[in-house]
Ligand binder design. Structure first.
Ligand code: PMP
Length: 355
């Protein structure tokens, strides 16, 4: 197979061995003679997969029995609504750092009272707000740890005395962090933890059951947790691939290992960006994302020349999000350092030719 350097923002690159093992399981799952996608989720073989995936999440994040992990469907987007439905009683506090945070705020407003305590909209979401006061009477503080579209990332966890909840869809499992500071984390699987079709939600057991609402069963975290994430048919294939992806991460050294690699990739990319006369970054340096690096070509007239060179180097998925344009190098866990080195050498070659 031709080697493609896959910088896609999501669904995104997965480890090659995970893709191979998934393909094998589609043909013959656990030597059962059946395909993974034609067996009941109630078989022992699949129950073990679900248990393993949920346990790996906790193990990698160092969480104990006071937390639950569930795999749901509906994407991270369903969480924008499901979360306030379960947690919002008086008010939800939100920090707006971009498109996904704005959507989360919009959905929460359909449920109840929302206070946006900080926003970087004034500068087109090119920075992470640093000054804000968290209201003590809010039920939770919601933020988005990494802004997939604008390319900013929180470098510290916001200080707060109320339950902290986070959309970590695009940087979960990319570095070490103190997961115990969070009351709830959700993440669509399709960046660092598997294919599209599954969304992981972890939460502290003691934050649930306080909204005063009678919830539809499918939108009730406690219902899913009480049935070990098998209240209804889970996305069998996505959960399986997610389990393999987390196992790959664990086998290689977990978060400390991947953090080192992600640091090297981001440092290599931003070093080139800062010294290359043809390109410019789009966000504040201190808030740059190590998962999604956004940048522009200073001379837009040379776009087709640059893109021709990218294609020749087998670089794929570098186009910026359709809402902001420019370029975006997504450097998720499974992207090797080698791919970043190929990209930076194309950028250098481009400058040598056209600067
Ligand atoms: N939050 C973030 C940070 C995202 O990057 C995305 C998707 N790229 C979403 C939420 C929405 O996820 P989904 O498409 O799974 O609903």
């Amino acid at each position: 197979m031709k080697k493609i350097h896959n910088f896609s923002a999501g669904p995104a690159i997965l480890p090659e061995e995970v893709i191979r093992k998934s393909a094998e399981a589609v043909l013959n799952f656990n030597d059962t003679g059946l395909s993974l996608i034609e067996v009941s989720h109630r078989t022992k073989d699949f129950e073990d997969v679900m248990d393993k995936a949920r346990n790996l999440v906790k193990e990698l994040l160092g969480l104990g029995n006071d937390y639950e992990v569930v795999y749901l469907q509906g994407g991270a987007s369903l969480q924008f609504y499901m979360l306030p439905l379960n947690l919002l009683k008086t008010k939800g506090a939100y920090i707006n750092t971009g498109t996904w945070a704005s959507l989360a705020i919009g959905e929460a407003k359909k449920v109840g009272n929302v206070e946006v305590i900080a926003s970087s909209e004034d500068k087109k979401f090119t920075y992470i707000p640093k000054q804000f006061t968290v209201p003590k009477d809010a039920d939770y503080l919601h933020y988005t740890s990494n802004n997939t579209i604008y390319g900013t990332q929180w470098k510290t966890v916001p200080e707060c005395d109320i339950p902290l909840v986070c959309d970590m869809s695009s940087d979960i499992f990319s570095q070490r962090f103190d997961a115990k500071k969070f009351s709830l984390i959700y993440a669509g699987a399709q960046k660092n933890m598997g294919p599209a079709g599954a969304t992981m939600v972890l939460f502290r057991k003691d934050i649930m059951g306080k909204s005063g609402r009678t919830l539809p069963s499918m939108l009730d975290y406690e219902v899913h947790a009480s049935k070990d994430s098998m209240f209804n048919t889970p996305s069998v294939f996505s959960v399986y691939v997610s389990m393999l992806t987390l196992q790959w991460l664990k086998d290689n050294g977990g978060l400390a290992w991947i953090e080192r690699i992600n640091q090297m990739k981001g440092d290599a990319f931003y070093k080139e960006l800062d010294q290359n006369p043809m390109f410019e970054g789009t966000v504040e340096k201190e808030d740059r994302s190590y998962m999604n690096a956004t940048f522009l070509l200073k001379n837009a007239g040379l776009e087709s020349e640059f893109e021709k060179m990218l294609k020749e180097a087998s670089i794929s998925g570098l186009k910026g999000h359709r809402s902001v344009g420019g370029y975006r190098a997504s450097m998720y866990n499974a992207l090797p350092l080698e791919s970043v080195n190929v990209l930076t050498s194309v950028m250098r070659e481009f400058a040598n030719k056209f600067a």
